[in-house]
Design a binder for this molecule. Structure first.
Ligand code: DC
Length: 217
């Protein structure tokens, strides 16, 4: 398999999804939002009446997922679930099912199948370690917890939702702690990943930095 792959990971609210999608668009690469697959698995499990902690049942659901990604639209068994999978409730389910090894294996090949010419930008937790260890460029995109909390806060306010900066900061810190300490696919910077700290950087500069790293490869 000689398809070029860029793998991006990093903590939540780091702006990684936005940056990753922009880089993919600039290069004309395919884009894999692996988090969306875990969200879809959680939603499909719920629809099938499988509990999020029932490893065998959820793994069967994951293996049989009928998903179509079409730009920003995600279809599950033909139904547009783009908004539904972004809910807080499904986010909780996704983090639960993502901790089950049988579910991760069930989604392994499906993620590898996204690697098609001319290249792939893979976004998510074990992208550079398990799914595409051969990736030519691995990026760990992060920012301080304060900067990430402030970004999420502004996002919520812009959407007209209520937001409390202190609560968001505390939530992010707790989530980082859980993500770093979990046994399955913990959050960490791989030894061969380049660190991109976007604390004092806008999206354009982050995108330009990754594109420069890619050209230098
Ligand atoms: O990035 P996100 O919030 O859409 O991810 C949803 C959940 O899935 C989150 O708990 C992290 C987890 N996840 C994972 O374990 N492995 C991935 N490759 C991507 C996401």
């Amino acid at each position: 398999m000689n398809i070029p792959v860029i793998a991006i990971d990093g903590p939540s609210a780091s702006g990684k999804g936005t940056v990753a999608q922009r880089v993919a668009a600039e290069l004309g690469f395919h884009y894999l939002d692996s988090g969306a697959l875990y969200r879809l698995t959680a939603l499909a499990a719920e629809k099938a009446g499988a509990g999020w902690d029932d490893e065998a049942a959820v793994a069967r659901v994951a293996a049989a997922l009928d998903v179509v990604f079409d730009g920003d639209v995600v279809l599950l068994a033909g139904e547009d679930v783009s908004t539904e999978i972004r809910s807080e409730h499904i986010g909780v389910g996704a983090s639960k099912v993502a901790a089950l090894p049988a579910v991760r294996s069930a989604l392994l090949q499906r993620q590898r199948d996204f690697a098609r010419a001319p290249g792939l930008l893979g976004d998510g937790r074990d992208m550079g370690e398990v799914i595409f260890p051969q990736a030519e460029l691995k990026v760990f995109l992060t920012a301080t917890p304060e900067a990430r909390a402030e970004r999420r806060y502004k996002q919520l306010i812009a959407r007209g939702e209520a937001a409390d900066l202190a609560a968001i900061t505390a939530d992010l810190a707790a989530r980082d702690e859980r993500d770093r300490n979990r046994l399955v696919a913990p959050l960490r910077q791989l030894p061969d990943a380049k660190l991109l700290d976007t604390t004092a950087m806008g999206i354009d500069e982050a995108v330009a930095t990754i594109l420069r790293w890619w050209r230098e490869k």
